[in-house]
Write a protein that binds this ligand. Structure first.
Ligand code: DGP
Ligand code: NA
Ligand code: NA
Length: 210
């Protein structure tokens, strides 16, 4: 049984957190659960490395190219902008999107480099506002212990400490914070509860705000 009526819109669910917080595997579990429940749902992630802009970002993250901090910031933002109309289309047609990283990553990672926070926020204005932001909370030290970091540019303890500080300053009361050091099953359960709750609200006709 499909639980959504054709007139109700999908929810924009964003997962945020430090590298190695478990976001990506939790997004996958959440997607599988909602899909099996009969919801129209898609799993997205930013950066989307498949576009032309995404390939420039990917090369930068792999340390294969160098870019000015402002320039890469704008590319990350452009990567979200190039998906905006499709995102709106999906949501309006009733598909819920689970998005692994969004504008908060943009602001948290770039402001951690010392860029002005208001400057960092500016290119994000006009992107669709999430219905729910879930922050998977883990200390930078604990995250670093998890199977070690890969070779990508930002996966270093000292930098992740700065990112954690930036995220903390961005958090507001609308964020749902989940302790990412709980068992995988417990995180999954808490995430499901938060998301199902949000989806009910969206389906009651809450507008798609910006
Ligand atoms: P991921 O594919 O989720 O591992 O993300 C790749 C890396 O890029 C990760 O260290 C987080 C970082 N990142 C994600 N989005 C942004 C963004 O918008 N701006 C900046 N500066 N970094 C970002
Ligand atoms: Na990563
Ligand atoms: Na990730």
């Amino acid at each position: 049984e499909n639980k959504e009526s054709s007139s109700s819109r999908g929810a924009l669910i964003v997962l945020e957190g430090l590298d190695r917080c478990g976001k990506t595997s939790q997004s996958g579990k959440l997607y599988k659960y909602l899909d099996e429940q009969g919801h129209s749902v898609e799993s997205w992630r930013f950066p989307d490395r498949n576009t032309g802009v995404g390939q420039m970002i990917s090369s930068y993250l792999a340390n294969k190219s160098q870019l000015d901090d402002h320039a890469i910031h704008l590319l990350f933002s452009a990567n979200r902008w190039e998906k905006r109309s499709l995102m709106e289309e999906k949501l309006k047609s009733g598909t819920t999107l689970i998005v692994d990283r969004y504008s908060y990553s943009g602001v948290a990672f770039s402001s951690a480099k010392g860029l002005d926070i208001e400057w960092c926020k500016a290119p994000e204005i006009g992107l669709l506002a999430p219905d729910l932001v879930v922050y998977l909370d883990i200390s930078p030290e604990k995250a670093a212990e998890r199977g070690g970091y890969g070779d990508e540019r930002y996966e270093q303890l000292e930098f992740q400490k700065k990112v954690a500080g930036s995220y903390l300053s961005l958090r507001d009361s609308s964020w749902k914070v989940i302790d990412a050091t709980l068992s995988i099953e417990d995180v999954e359960k808490k995430l499901r509860e938060a998301v199902l709750d949000c989806m009910m609200t969206c389906h009651k006709g809450k507008p798609l705000s910006q």
